[in-house]
Design a protein around this ligand. Sequence first.
Ligand code: FE2
Ligand code: FE2
Length: 268
Amino acid sequence: MNILFVGDVFGSAGRHIVREHLPHVLETNAVDLLVINGENSAGGFGITPAIAEELFDMGAHVITTGNHVWDKREIFEYMTVPANSDVRGRRVIRPANFASGTPGYGLFQGELPSGQKYAVINLQGRVFMSSSDDPFRKTDELLTQIAAESGAKVILVDFHAETTSEKAALGWYLDGRVTAVLGTHTHIPTADERILPGGTAFQTDVGMSGPYDSVIGVEVEQVLQRFLTGMPGKFEAAKGNPKMCAALIQCDGATGRAHAIQRIMLGE
Ligand SMILES: [Fe+2]
Ligand SMILES: [Fe+2]
């Protein structure tokens, strides 16, 4: 079974580069399951229902997010659906370790047309991020829930976190218990993709799908002014040098163990 995970889609440049490359990548790699992080897909800040629909129309089975998930208010209602609902809004997930009562869900369990079951978990780190519950123990709870509900063995974790150490730690913590732990949020792809000894695919950060002539997606001049003066100012999505960053994972659908992970970066 082949899984493609696309890193943080940033603004219109990110959406365009993904739209350009995705069909070819899906076809040549016979991708069964597509997960896209969409937290920056609306102008770099948040996601709207219309953009979520756009990503679903490109073939996404699940859209993950992160700290920017609430930047666009329209998404609150779209994600506020019953847990067993089959509307598309149920497939946009936010970090599971957000405060309880937050709109939406941090786990999606699904089944492909082939009958293959899968689960996607979204988590947020606690180091240099706004406060949230413990992502380690939250995952323990969710794995128990998955075992009791769908029994899915193919389990993908999007860990939206700032520090390399916290991401590496969660990778080792979940080794042998999930198919993949993939980092997002820093928007810089790391060259450490590997299969851990227990059969879990890991990459510290998959990288942004967006404009790389930028400071992690934002116009260079605007970020420079912030660093040089400390004064508030608007941040807008850059456009130049777009790349699509993704991780391609091959796994055994019956056991959920990963065999291979490949780092992908495609540009114009
Ligand atoms: Fe992001
Ligand atoms: Fe983020």
